[in-house]
Design a protein around this ligand. Structure first.
Ligand SMILES: Cc1ncc(COP(=O)(O)O)c(C=O)c1O
Length: 461
């Protein structure tokens, strides 16, 4: 990933006019004040930034020198220029100072859940939007097909078959604004058909459990071991919601024998394939859906592969559920934007989606390797698991470590991390552990974020 480009787009330098150096200084101060550049961020070298912005190197070097003198930046001879750890933060014009109470500002975010937002391919996305919206027939700009636009469903059917082994067709796909809504719609339909009991993994998002319960369904949690969810404990359930490719957040994949056992039980499965594209050490674990297309509801999302702000997810449904899910979606009044669907369809069909996934997969893999190496060196008694895939790992802390205290202390230092307890259903608690998402910080900040994490782990000893 090109950190210079990331840096440039993040600080939104506005350098119009003749007083270029003054403009650059102002843009950097604004970026630091607005926390687009956070303490600890390493700036590109003056030569790099000058090249990126088409300026003379001296102009950039002088601007850096001025900001070092003012205390916004620090420079270490031979090692570069950094945003100062406590820069002078004067309120910007029209901006009031916030009271010193309330939550601590987050300098480094290593919580799971978000990809690197700075890696979103803005110009490729805009080019796809231009082509797709320019060429779209007028009819596709109306309320549109409640399943989702045919262009997107066609592109998804091909993509999901090719990349995730999903056996589906455009008329089985329903496009939704996010997995959470898709889950709610399927549960609503199941409840209307008499379902009452849904099994979920004991480790996962509380939000998803409450979405299921909000449809009038009772949930039961099953444990997860090294082979994935213990599906043999599901009992008489009307449906099971699973993350088979990469359990969230423990990171194991569901063992083939358990996949078959579940299919043989005849229970309906909702397969949450939230980060199936990100597998690093061996070939991807395919989706479960192909084992039983009329029994497994496949759900995918653009929230990890692109960004959550797109708000697009998709279901590949058993034939018997399509009409009811579409009716529920229509009644919800929440239909995704036709313009975004057209753009994503073009983005996938043109190969840009594959290229983006390949690009970020490589960058995330490097981050993961860096993280595993750094923790291995600095904290050898911490066991790292769930590293083969996805955008997060589990750090299992030695017995006796106080998970909550570590999370709180990290918070005090501006490092946002989460403990496993936040993802654990009552009664299934296990030893202390942290769920570390390594995708969220922009590339230029990752090394500093990792150093903050290592610092937190060291302090606890
Ligand atoms: C386990 C899991 N499922 C599903 C999703 C996707 O949810 P949504 O499509 O609503 O952003 C996420 C979030 O990225 C997730 O972590």
């Amino acid at each position: 990933m090109d950190s210079r480009a990331t840096f440039g787009s993040d600080i939104h330098l506005d350098l119009a006019g003749s007083r270029v150096r003054v403009g650059l200084e102002r843009a950097l101060r604004d970026a630091i004040r607005g926390r687009r550049l956070v303490p600890g961020t390493r700036l590109p070298s003056s030569r790099q930034l000058a090249q990126d912005l088409g300026l003379a190197r001296n102009t950039v070097a002088d601007a850096y020198g001025q900001l070092v003198a003012e205390g916004w930046l620090t420079s270490r001879h031979g090692s570069g220029t950094w945003v100062a750890s406590q820069p002078v933060v004067a309120p910007a014009a029209g901006q009031t100072r916030t009271a010193p109470t309330g939550p601590r500002p987050v300098t480094f975010d290593l919580r799971p859940g978000q990809p690197d937002l700075a890696a979103f391919p803005r110009s490729t996305w805009l080019a796809a939007a231009r082509r797709a919206i320019g060429a779209a027939p007028n009819e596709s700009l109306g309320y549109g097909d409640p399943l989702g636009l045919i262009q997107l469903r066609t592109a998804l059917a091909e993509y999901l078959g090719r990349v995730r082994g999903v056996l589906t067709a455009p008329d089985r796909i329903v496009v939704c604004p996010g997995f959470t809504q898709a889950l709610a719609l399927v549960c609503q339909v199941l409840h209307a058909r008499g379902a009452r009991r849904v099994v979920t993994e004991a480790f996962g998002y509380e939000l998803h459990r409450s979405v299921i319960q909000a449809q009038g369904l009772r949930t039961k949690s099953i444990d997860v071991d090294a082979h994935g969810a213990r599906v043999e404990d599901a009992g008489a359930a009307d449906a099971v919601v699973l993350t088979p490719a990469h359990q969230f957040p423990l990171g194991v994949s569901l063992d083939p024998a358990r996949r078959h056992r579940l299919v043989e039980s005849g229970t309906l499965v909702i397969e949450d394939d939230y980060d199936g594209e990100f597998r690093y050490d061996r070939s991807a674990v395919g989706a479960m859906q192909a084992l039983a297309t009329e029994q497994i509801v496949y759900a995918g999302t653009a929230s990890k592969s692109l960004v959550p702000g797109i708000r697009l997810a998709w279901l590949a449904l058993p034939a018997a559920l399509v009409d009811d899910v579409v009716a529920a979606k229509r009644a919800s009044g929440r239909l995704p934007s036709a313009l975004d669907q057209l753009t994503l369809a073009e983005f996938i069909a043109s190969g840009a989606y594959d290229r983006q996934v390949r690009r970020v997969r490589l960058a995330y893999r490097r981050r993961r390797d860096q993280l595993v190496e750094a923790i291995g060196k600095a904290a050898p008694d911490v066991r790292i698991t769930g590293i083969a895939a996805g955008l997060h790992v589990l750090l299992e802390l030695p017995p006796g470590a106080d998970e909550d205290a570590i999370v709180r202390r990290a918070e005090d230092q501006g490092l946002a991390i989460e403990g496993l307890r936040a993802y654990t259903a009552p009664g299934h608690e296990r030893g202390p552990a942290l769920v570390v998402g390594y995708a969220t910080p922009p590339a230029y900040q990752f090394t500093a974020a990792l150093a903050a994490l290592i610092g937190t782990l060291a302090q606890w000893r």
